[in-house]
Ligand binder design. Structure first.
Ligand SMILES: Cc1ncc(COP(=O)(O)O)c(C=O)c1O
Length: 458
């Protein structure tokens, strides 16, 4: 399969080896193909290097912060070294804390639970739900979707200027959109926040796997990301940044590991002294494999030359965008326009197609895994589609007629492990599906669009 592409192949670097690169999947039309994982924005495949590091450590696995044995000591060292590796990867300040969590969602919920009393939160409606929703106990100002990065900064400045300048405030912003892949003006938003006495947390779930992140350079107060999007799928995430709010807050979870000293009082109750360090918010036995896997991924990206990986990804982005631009029926979703810098996350709709149907055909007929839906960013996708907030597309629903608005979208996303062939196959598939239609019948099962294997081919 081949397509004509606008950009020339770069000689920068090869894709990094990932697990699953040789996995084959059956096609509903017959035969098998290697699986093209083009849903990195949901969960990226594990780097082979991460898997190898974890496998090499596994026999030495032991308890962390609780054990006198050799393997406990070794595991504790590994866990604490992982913290230092992550701090270096994020270019943290000396005084910053790195807390290991379960995910970005967990990290932002932790921070939400650590807000000082009376804290106001400012968040754009365009955020992923993980950034939009955790601030339930705070007074939240939801900011309208900006149409340019400059407008984002101006919108934030106006909102911050209207607040009590002496109370605590937090801005939460994504580094790269999980819908459009577009980069947000984080440094400028951080400057605006600080100029108005507010703090800022960066949701780097989609940025950190695609782009070096420097806490110092961006001057953000906290950063959150997930291991499973950074090629380290072992159930860990990170919240890194300023220690003060974290130190002053009640522990996120109460229990062993977070407590330094627990004593029985004369009145029968208990007194607890909590740790001031990151351990305060890491109660329970830590996920040492998850933390070690994240550190391994950070090392691997750094050693591979992150800038080279960025350059290669830019080539893939240009290739996909140029290929999609050749199909008039395809509309790519964008907030900031064609020239906006972006990571390898691209959402689109196809005129005359239900997005779930299109994504199902990419999978069943081409072995390509993408995502369809509203991507846990319902307000943003509905704004971009111009659709009614109350409605949602279904595979079983009639396909959108030409000119009709789609109710959900298709997202293709890729990264350091993506070979050229995957994006080439994707572009060929899009062109063939639009030109010839699906070769199979599909139906809805448990809310998913699936090939109808009881029927003959379409
Ligand atoms: C921008 C963004 N923030 C936060 C999250 C939540 O990440 P997790 O599901 O790992 O908690 C996601 C997940 O897709 C995301 O894309």
């Amino acid at each position: 399969m081949s397509v004509s592409t606008a950009a020339a192949a770069p000689s920068v670097c090869a894709p990094l080896p990932v697990l699953g690169r040789d996995v084959t999947v059956p096609l509903v039309t017959g035969g098998e193909v290697t699986y093209a994982a083009l849903d990195y924005a949901a969960s990226a495949p594990a780097l082979q290097r991460v898997w190898d590091d974890v496998a090499a450590y596994a026999p030495y696995y032991g308890s962390v912060h609780r054990g006198a044995g050799y393997l406990s000591q070794l595991s504790t060292d590994l866990f604490e070294n992982a913290r230092r590796t992550v701090a270096r990867f994020l270019d943290c300040r000396e005084t910053d804390q790195v807390v290991f969590t379960r995910s970005t969602t967990d990290s932002l919920n932790l921070l939400a639970a650590a807000l000082p009393a009376g804290c106001r939160v400012f968040v754009f409606e365009t955020e992923h739900h993980a950034s939009l929703l955790p601030w339930r106990d705070a007074e939240v100002t939801y900011l309208d979707a900006p149409r340019t990065p400059r407008q984002a900064v101006e919108t934030l400045e106006r909102a911050l200027a209207d607040r009590d300048p002496y109370g605590p405030a937090l801005v939460c912003v994504t580094g790269a959109s999980n819908v459009t892949g577009e980069l947000w003006p984080v440094r400028e938003l951080a400057a605006a926040a600080h100029a108005h006495g507010a703090r800022i947390v960066l949701d780097a779930a989609q940025l950190a796997p695609h782009h070096p992140v420097s806490v110092r350079d961006l001057d953000v107060d906290w950063v959150a990301f997930s291991g499973h999007k950074l090629y380290a799928p072992f159930g860990s995430g990170v919240l890194a940044g300023r220690a003060d709010w974290l130190r002053e807050a009640e522990p996120y979870l109460a229990g062993g590991g977070a407590s330094r000293k627990v004593t029985r009082r004369a009145d029968g109750g208990v007194d607890v002294e909590w740790h001031d360090s990151a351990a305060r918010h890491e109660a329970g036995s830590p996920n040492v494999i998850g933390a070690y896997a994240i550190a391994s991924a950070c090392q691997a990206l750094t050693e591979a030359g992150f800038e080279d990986l960025v350059a290669r990804e830019r080539y893939l982005i240009d290739t996909v965008r140029a290929g999609l631009a050749q199909v008039p029926e395809v509309k790519v979703l964008s907030l900031f326009g064609d020239d906006a810098p972006r990571v390898g996350v691209i959402s689109f709709v196809v005129e005359g197609w239900n997005s779930s149907h299109f994504a199902a055909a990419l999978s069943a007929e081409y072995g390509i895994g993408v995502r369809d839906g509203l991507f846990c960013a319902h307000p943003l996708v509905r704004t971009l589609l111009g659709s009614d907030p109350q409605t949602q597309g279904e595979c079983g629903a009639p396909e959108a007629a030409p000119g009709e608005k789609s109710l959900n979208a298709i997202r293709v996303s890729f990264g350091a492990g993506t070979p050229d062939e995957h994006v080439e196959r994707f572009l060929t598939a899009v062109k063939e599906l639009v030109r010839d239609g699906a070769r199979w019948n599909y139906r809805t099962e448990d809310g998913r669009c699936v090939p109808d294997t009881s029927a003959a081919a379409a």
